[in-house]
Design a protein around this ligand. Sequence first.
Ligand code: AMP
Length: 693
Amino acid sequence: MRMKTRSRAGNEAAFNFQDALPLGFRFLRRSYYVEGAVRAITPLLLPYGGGFLFGAPWKKALPCLCLSGHFFPTHNSLFSVVSRNPRSKTTSFPGSMYLAFRGDSAKILPVQMPICSCEETINEFESLTRDAGRVQRDTLKKILELNAGAEYLKHFGLGGRTDVESYKSCIPLCVHSDLEPYIQRIVDGDRSPVLTGKPITSLSLSSGTTQGKPKFLPFNDELLETTLQTFRTSYAFRNREYPIGKGKALQFIYGSKQVVTKGGILATTATTNLYRSQRYKEGMKGIQSQCCSPDEVILGPDFHQALYCHLLCGLICSDEVHHVFSTFAHSLVHAFQTFEEVWEDICADIRDGVLSKRITVPSIREAVSKMLKPNPELADSIYKKCMGLSNWYGVIPALWPNAKYVYGIMTGSMEPYLKKLRHYAGHLPLISADYGASEGWVGANIDPTMPPEQVTYAVLPHTGYFEFIPLEKPNGEETENSASIHYIESEPVGLTEVEVDKIYEVVITTVAGLYRYRLGDIVKITGFHNSTPELQFICRRSLVLSINIDKNTEKDLQLAVEEAAKLLEGEKVEIVDFTSYVEKSSDPGRYVIFWELSSDASNDILSSCANCLDLAFVDAGYMGSRKIKTIGPLELRILKKGTFKEILDHFLSLGGAVSQFKAPRFVNSSNIKVLEILSRNTTNSYFSTAYGI
Ligand code: AMP
């Protein structure tokens, strides 16, 4: 049955309910008004939630309903329906997708509706989190139903069961290396249901900067939807505090090379997988996060040229920009550091309407040249504003006067960049973006007024199935200020069973074929929002610094560096970036900390910094080993300016994307190239005398 649809403005459009049945469903791209009799409407059961929001009672009520209402696509691809029954009682069922049965007669008339209603999104979130336990069970059921045919699940004898108990007793916890043989088959082109019911046709490459080698992860449309759901939720809360009108976002986003594996599967970073998707772009428009730069810049092959053009395009539409974004805080800081170097060239481009010769990639040149018209007034105003700044303080609000906030992941290993970012952001609030990984999303920041250092993430119970491995500090190892603990693990608990103030490792089950997958992140539960936990990101689980019985994590290293950095304040010197290494070639082994500094510091101060770092590792194993000299004096090595840019370039040359770059806080001895960069750029070295010589 094909139905004519007509917009209120009189435009004809057609939508065929039959096409909509179930696999042939296509997403409506506009808002629709539904008029007429629909025999039955049923929620399309999606693996990620909406459909089972309201459950059976509503389904039963509908067959006799004469429906007159409107569908409007929200940007999580689910459809909101406002239905009116014959007695004209209006009820809203937000965030759900509906499917009419074959043979129904209804007119669907496009109408102008807002794409995203923040209040609806918040209501939906409230409703989901009020019943997080049930939503989790339903979500697991959906994931397992959808993937019942997957070889992985069959191998462990799940036998089509979908309940939590059977799942936990059959399927073991796993890490990436356990899945590698399965993922490798997908990489090699195996189209059978290996991990998911529907074959995986795209792969994401996670950053994997510590091992110096990216790893493949499955990516599919369903995972994309959970990403949009997460972004939409935090946007709704953000927009309530910092409303933004129509406009654009100055985004520092970079695609990376897309490789087709020998089995014909597209593999690229998760960021690129998102940005090359039309569906994602539409979703981002819906939450007012459209990028100023054209796709050719985002997906361009050269990061340096893309960054220049992001800045240029952002300035061309400076009045329209209402927020500034990058996935991680590092890229934001990097972007404005680069701006300090190239701003005059950008002004010249805007003045003359001619793109700098440094942009050589034809696709980027063509796309950006189209946007560029001679605009001496704008160039003069940028020039004047830049000249008026003191050491670039507040450059963001000065050049983008309508920007309301700066947005990006700022917690965990991004905290060291906050100071610099605050400097560039001036009075603008810094809002930390959500918590997730290439594997899947975990939580959304629903309290955007929190300073990034205190941000917590509320777990979205319909985006995956979550478990938490309780981690306990062994007796005698409780050092207040340290995460340096060899944890004792207990049996994983469910989302609603976690306890406040306790720490856990996150385990996820996703719509893209990861089952009971240990994410390797440590989180602390800080409270609950309704019945879903709010968690604070603590650090990556993996130990970074360990020689014998000592155990120090990324967080311990960060705390030690922060402590020592205080000594530099008197000389107005800042740490641009840092990393570490364990030198085991000499006996005893020792910790080596590398610093890139904003300017030179005196030898005296740097010697004191080495001592301070050594004393700041308060892990009992480390202190004990230092005292009895089974670990040698800590060494602080100072690097030439630009060393971390060289490391970034190396990461890019391996196919990584800047948007995913996290400076390696620890360099493994197998990461020969990065070690070579560090050793070539070392200018000075200072040994600690803190425990005697
Ligand atoms: P990737 O898969 O390369 O994007 O990296 C994902 C990892 O980045 C996660 O496992 C976390 O360790 C870290 N990460 C992601 N989001 C956050 C966040 N909001 N705060 C702190 N760390 C995060």
